[in-house]
Design a protein around this ligand. Structure first.
Ligand SMILES: *Cc1c(COP(=O)(O)O)cnc(C)c1O
Length: 461
């Protein structure tokens, strides 16, 4: 597939790092439908971004349906092509959980993974069926466990406390569970998003395998259908996932010794995406191929039947499908030091830079063919010096009112958004074939007060 983002680079003088043909959405900085229109404006999903901003205001999340659906299809097709057994893709919805996103992903035949009662509730309200829902989390509450049991989704059990709690909560119907195990695999990503190494808060330790399997095999109330591991996020190397396939198949053969009939292996997510021109993630297809071939080879070597293979991508499905549009306001020039170009959002709509030192790239949507003449810091409007959206951005000459667009903001932006400084959370629009539909309303000041209570005795002072 040839991405239309090439058009942007070819026709625009503005710095757009994507110049090669893109085969996979996670390798593209901009959504697949991005182009520069005749007014030299950025267009996404057939919609002029400057028009969208006039209609919906800023900050605005702009989600491109085609990019998201393409990523879903590529995952499914790659596993169907490279894995001779059954497979299921499930969307790790913590990346961006809302009704429209859950519905779109489910309509592509993906399941949904949730990590809280709130995410489970949202997915259910979106119409997702419980038999393709998986409930994760390292400290699920009793209420959340009860909700999951009632709903009938699969519970991915993280620890002994949860295992024992489930036994005590079980009714007549056995509870469908998976076990999350720590594989002891290191991967090269930010410390906060690494989860597969031994010193991790997630999952059962490898040296507890025997005792966990022995315990579960004695519990008729627990129907253990699968084993799960997730080694981290924003991973570019294929080796870690290849190693994981070998480790997980060893678990499978050990489980067989305890007469646990495990039918599903869930390999987690973690494939990285391109946030800057120097990021070079493998394609969805390449990632899938390594995993499928690894599982097949390891199962053959151990003479095991192929399990149903599950993968749970989050970031690589939704990340590249969204851009965030801001309005530029104040510009502070500190001679010989730095220029700050300030936007009307920041860490409340995108906490990743301040949390993980994440790096982003941007364009100015209403000046797509102007030369890039300045290096600036794009600052947020929050009361933290660390609220910098982009430390070093190459921009054309800008003025207040211009529309700055930050790329690849679909994952862990809206889902991590806050009301810090009492900023209302932004709106989100879904764009497709020139149509724009609101999928998240912009919060209002009334929304900010929705949960506030003022005790009687504080009302007069
Ligand atoms: C976060 C998470 C994922 C998705 O990770 P990505 O890097 O966004 O693909 C998958 N599985 C589990 C258990 C997770 O916690």
């Amino acid at each position: 597939m040839v991405s239309t983002s090439t058009t942007v680079a070819a026709s625009g003088r503005q710095y757009l790092p994507v110049t090669t043909d893109i085969s996979s959405p996670n390798q593209s900085l901009l959504p697949l439908t991005a182009r520069v229109n005749s007014q030299q404006h950025l267009e996404v999903g057939g919609c002029d971004v400057v028009d969208l901003v006039k209609r919906f205001g800023t900050p605005l999340y702009i989600l491109d349906e085609e990019t998201l659906r393409t990523a879903c299809r590529q995952y499914r097709q790659a596993f169907e092509q490279h894995y001779p057994g059954e497979s299921l893709m499930i969307y790790a919805s913590k990346a961006w959980n809302c009704l429209a996103v859950c519905a779109m992903v489910a309509s592509e035949g993906l399941g949904i993974d949730v990590v809280s009662g709130g995410e489970l509730y949202t997915a259910l309200q979106a119409g997702v069926k419980p038999d393709i829902m998986y409930f994760h989390g390292n400290n699920k509450s009793i209420d959340e466990l009860q909700m999951a049991i009632e709903v009938g989704c699969t519970i991915v059990v993280d620890n002994w406390l949860e295992l024992r709690t489930l036994v005590s909560l079980a009714g007549d119907q056995p509870i469908r569970i998976m076990l999350r195990l720590t594989p002891g695999i290191e991967c090269h990503t930010h410390e906060y998003i690494r989860t597969g190494h031994l010193d991790s808060k997630f999952g059962f330790d490898p040296d507890q395998l025997d005792s966990v399997f022995a315990f579960v095999s004695q519990q008729p109330q627990l129907n253990c259908v699968g084993l799960h591991a997730h080694i981290g996020s924003q991973i570019f190397e294929l080796q870690a996932h290849q190693d994981l396939t070998g480790v997980m198949v060893q678990w499978l053969s050990k489980a067989a010794q305890y007469e646990l009939s495990i039918q599903e292996l869930d390999i987690g997510g973690g494939l990285g995406i391109r946030y800057t021109e120097s990021d070079d993630p493998p394609s969805i297809e390449a990632w899938a191929k390594v995993i499928c071939e690894g599982i097949v080879a390891a199962c053959r070597a151990q003479n095991l039947a192929l399990p149903k293979l599950i993968a749970e991508p989050g970031r690589s499905l939704i990340g590249p499908a969204c851009v965030t549009a801001y309005t530029i306001g104040n510009q502070k020039v500190i001679p010989n030091i730095r220029t700050y170009v300030t936007v009307d959002g920041g860490m409340s709509d995108n906490p990743r830079p301040i949390t993980y030192q994440s790096v982003y790239r941007s364009v100015v949507a209403n000046r797509m063919s102007e030369p890039l003449t300045q290096k600036v810091a794009v600052a947020g409007k929050h009361c933290e010096s660390g609220d910098i959206v982009i430390k070093q951005a190459d921009l054309p000459e800008t003025q207040a009112g211009d529309v700055l667009v930050v790329m690849a903001t679909g994952a862990y932006n809206y889902s991590m958004a806050s009301n810090y400084n009492r900023l209302p959370r932004p709106a989100a629009v879904l764009v497709h074939h020139g149509e724009a539909n609101l999928i998240l309303q912009r919060e209002t000041y009334q929304d900010l007060l929705r949960q506030d209570c003022l005790p009687e005795r504080l009302k007069e002072f």
